[in-house]
Design a protein around this ligand. Sequence first.
Ligand code: URA
Ligand code: CA
Length: 432
Amino acid sequence: MRMVDLISKKRDGHELTTEEISFFIDGYTNGTIPDYQASAMAMAIYFKDMNDRERADLTRSMVNSGETIDLSAIEGIKVDKHSTGGVGDTTTLVLAPLVASLGIPVAKMSGRGLGHTGGTIDKLESISGFHVELTKEKFIDLVNRDKVAVIGQSGNLTPADKKLYALRDVTGTVNSIPLIASSIMSKKIAAGADAIVLDVKTGAGAFMKTEEDAENLAHAMVQIGNHVGRKTMAIISDMSQPLGFAIGNALEVQEAIDTLKGEGPDDLTELVLTLGSQMVVLAQKASTLEEARTKLQESIKSGKALAKFKDFIKNQGGDVSVVDHPEKLPQAKYKIEVRAKESGFVAKMVADEIGIAAMLLGAGRAAKDDVIDLAVGLMLRKKVGDPVTKGDSLVTIYTNCEDVDAVKTKIYENIFIASEAQKPVLIHKIII
Ligand code: URA
Ligand code: CA
């Protein structure tokens, strides 16, 4: 087989066979196929697309390019949740202990934040002592015993994806549905999930800005999952404005604790219950979504979910007393209000730009190796659709540096007040 023939075949719009796709991925991973041929192939796929079978084969080849995690030693159906990334998205911190509190194993591999989006591990590390450097054995033992553990992205999972994603980044081929869908799904499958619930975000703060693109990606990922034998479903959820009120690591931990106590923001709570219900049904711990939702709500009400969060923190070395004493979380030196310059209704809060404002404070990374400040961030005091009176606080800036003029300007430029406004729809669609 010659790579040049495969590139020409795809360029002319033909279907690649299973063997041809694995020849490409294996060769690119081990270095026998050079970057220039892989980029030509990525561009051919970008323009000519792939059918469902090719997409599933591409995903499988990427899974097989490296190690996979074997979770078969964990009893029960392992359901993973994946979000395509957003601003202030505290969902995993709430969902993991909440779902685990119903006896469902949550064996989660998580990452760090980059750009305007945050990462679950960074957030959890704002709890003193908490760490994700577990051996595989310890990880599996914890999930078997207490149903929940989070491990960092370790080992050599999907090296083909790492290489190809970096190449796509510099060759104008990131935005291709078959390439994105196989990239995301290969990582989830290599991480060992039996079933997968996808939260595909749409709107300004999302990877997929339009609802149509989000829906196409969601369909593609669901198809791949089902093709390779993992039950998969997706929710399309709003990311036109940040989720919840808190954006920033320690602030989001506090928000997660509030939500586990039943006192969280409405949108975050609703998203958690929607995703959680799907997970509970996929794990076969409820037969209907309604039954699943009721069980989740009861677990919050009874304190079981919060108790599970405490077990989880303690198991991974964290200081559990932060749950009852949030003042022990990293605290910012200054709190500075951003006040409304006019009255009306909040019409728009541009999620990615607000995320960048938080990043400028030090809550996130502009580059992969940047050091972040866990204490800083933003607390939204209003959300889209809320009435405001001139002088009301729109946002509180939590900062360790008094000069926040650039951040303030960015916030003002990205919060719009109008004479009328509606709350955005949170859950756009469910795709099975
Ligand atoms: N996220 C991924 O993991 N892969 C892509 O290709 C795009 C977004
Ligand atoms: Ca939030």
